[in-house]
Design a protein around this ligand. Structure first.
Ligand code: G4P
Length: 530
């Protein structure tokens, strides 16, 4: 297969949703429909229902939430799907943001009874910032749902998106009978009751006598009316508008009952973009990198340490943007670090295995000992630089304290390592030896406590810090910056990369410092420049 064909057959996508909308269930059902996992595996795992293949951390299992993002690759119908798993909890929004930078499209899962929820909205905004096209899956149709028109209106209103239903549901809850394929006028029959079987739904032509066997007259009437109105009132699906992020195709279904999965996969196959061209600089000149460009290039969007507690490993997730990657290849960062990639990992649903080749859109795991960081660009020449992945100023700051003072150094190492992964941020005040950890939410802090204990065998506490706000500071004139840092030793420090930060009690202090020092930039985001 040519390089172009390999790139074109890839679909790299993420699933976004509010917690409880059914992302975990959908992930599992999609993997099953795509042939990536077998039913036997699922049955065996039923005792631990909440634990899908993508969860590996204890805290996730305990709380039934997915906090670490990973990737699952499977081949189906001649296409390669790379499903990027994003944490649903809002405390991990930065992690999600980073993962979405590696996705070419997204599936937005809505609970049919609840519609757009706060976290859906937040994640959608990230997708919009990056022009990521979205397919909407309205889940839990086997439960009492809101009126489909009301749901579509809400999407149009809150997300400013045109909605184009590809299917139209026949009732919901107890009366849910299936959905009409609006393009072919085939009715897809929902199997009520019993064990839900994965696989394509039975199709009946609209108007066929047998339609009466799968729904009563009232549901038929409702469906006919709904379909007619949908056709009149809603725009037809336009693939171009979808790819530009103005329109979302809508599919209804039930992840739990395996209904709508083949349809979702075929929508991804048919409409979702293959690896999108990526903006970059090559030797300082702007260039758009295409998936079938010859040179191998990509960027690191995530680092995960200690995935396997038996091996102290650190894996950088490299999203390939172009070329044919081969095992054993040497890749360079723009900073000149050379990596010999002997054991590139591919992540399957339950396993990871060493891969011989990979193409644009694929995500490979590069084991390393800390040479790679989130946002690093890698390429054969070392000259390709993709736009960085920004850091966001944390919402909460805590001072780390170790119970056993002899272990202070160990703790610093553990916190640095977890900060390199991007679990939290780490700041070092200019005066004293405090370690200040920054996070978006409390749950991240709890994950830290747990991981520091499990992976480093250290008991850490996080207490109120003397600061609550961190801002990166910069200035066009390095001398002015130096003078400012000198004068404000007690309110400044450095981040993990040694970049200067202003540490303040509150936002008012930042405003005041800004007023007094108009030449200094106080910034809530930092693009990592290599
Ligand atoms: P999340 O990852 O988005 O947080 O959601 P998750 O898949 O864990 O699903 C949340 C709950 O919704 C689960 O129920 C799950 O079984 C249920 N669910 C998901 N999809 C469907 C669907 O299509 N129909 C129905 N009726 N329910 C669905 P739970 O009671 O919280 O957990 P469990 O004990 O069933 O695992």
């Amino acid at each position: 297969m040519s390089l172009t064909e390999e790139a074109h057959r890839r679909r790299t996508f993420a699933i976004i949703s509010h917690p409880d909308a059914g992302k975990t269930t959908l992930t599992e059902a999609l993997l099953l429909a795509g042939g990536a996992i077998r039913l036997a595996g699922q049955v065996a795992a039923r005792g631990e229902r909440r634990r899908t293949q993508s969860d590996w951390m204890k805290i996730e299992r305990d709380r039934g939430i997915s906090v670490a993002s990973s990737v699952m690759t499977f081949e189906h119908d001649g296409l390669v799907f790379n499903l990027l798993d994003t944490p649903g909890h809002e405390d991990f929004s930065e992690d999600t943001y980073r993962t979405l930078t590696a996705a070419d499209s997204a599936i937005m899962v809505l609970d049919a009874a609840k519609g757009i929820e706060p976290q859906t909205l937040k994640l959608f905004e990230v997708c919009r910032m990056r022009d990521i096209p979205i397919i909407t899956f309205i889940n839990k149709m086997d439960r009492e749902a809101q009126d489909p028109f009301a749901l579509l209106d809400e999407i149009a209103d809150k997300l400013q998106l045109d909605t184009a239903p590809l299917y139209w549901p026949a009732a919901s809850g107890q009366r849910f009978s299936g959905m009409m394929d609006l393009r072919s006028e085939d009715f897809l029959v929902f199997q009520k009751g019993g064990e839900a079987e994965p696989g394509p739904a039975k199709r009946i032509k609209w108007g066929a006598n047998s339609i009466a066997e799968v729904m009563d007259e009232m549901v038929q009437e409702e469906l006919a009316e709904g379909m007619e109105l949908a056709r009149e009132a809603l725009p037809e699906f336009d693939a171009e508008a979808y790819r530009e992020g103005h329109m979302t195709p809508i599919i209804f279904g039930s992840a739990l009952r395996h209904f709508g999965m083949p349809e979702l996969l075929s929508a991804l196959a048919e409409f979702a973009p293959s690896p999108r061209p990526q903006k970059a600089e090559v030797s300082g000149d702007p260039k758009v990198i295409e998936g079938d460009d010859k040179e191998v290039s990509g960027f690191v969007f995530k680092i995960q340490a200690n995935m396997d507690p038996n091996h102290r490993d650190r894996i950088a997730f490299l999203r390939l943007s172009s070329g044919e990657f081969k095992r054993g290849m040497k890749l360079k960062t723009t900073g000149g670090k050379l990596l010999n990639v002997h054991n590139p990992l591919m992540f399957l649903a339950q396993d990871r295995e060493i891969t011989e080749t990979a193409y644009a859109g694929d995500v490979i795991g590069v084991p390393n000992h800390g040479a790679l960081r989130v946002g690093d660009s890698l390429s054969a020449s070392g000259k390709v630089q993709f736009a960085g992945i920004p850091n966001f100023a944390p919402e909460i700051l805590r001072r780390a304290r170790i119970k056993d003072p002899m272990k202070q150094k160990h703790l610093r190492k553990a916190l640095e390592s977890l900060a390199e992964e991007g679990v939290t941020q780490l700041f070092r005040p200019a005066i004293g030896s405090d370690m200040i950890v920054g996070a978006v939410g409390q749950l991240q802090i709890e994950v830290m406590i747990e991981r520091v204990a499990a992976e480093y065998n250290l008991e850490v506490e996080f207490e109120t810090a003397p600061y609550n706000v961190a801002r990166w500071i910069g200035c066009d004139d390095p001398k002015v910056l130096e003078a400012f840092l000198d004068k404000n030793k007690s309110a400044t420090g450095t981040d993990l990369d040694g970049a200067p930060v202003y540490l303040a009690k509150n936002a008012w202090d930042v405003g005041y410092a800004q007023e007094k020092n108009p030449d200094i930039r106080f910034s809530a985001t930092k693009e990592r420049v290599v």
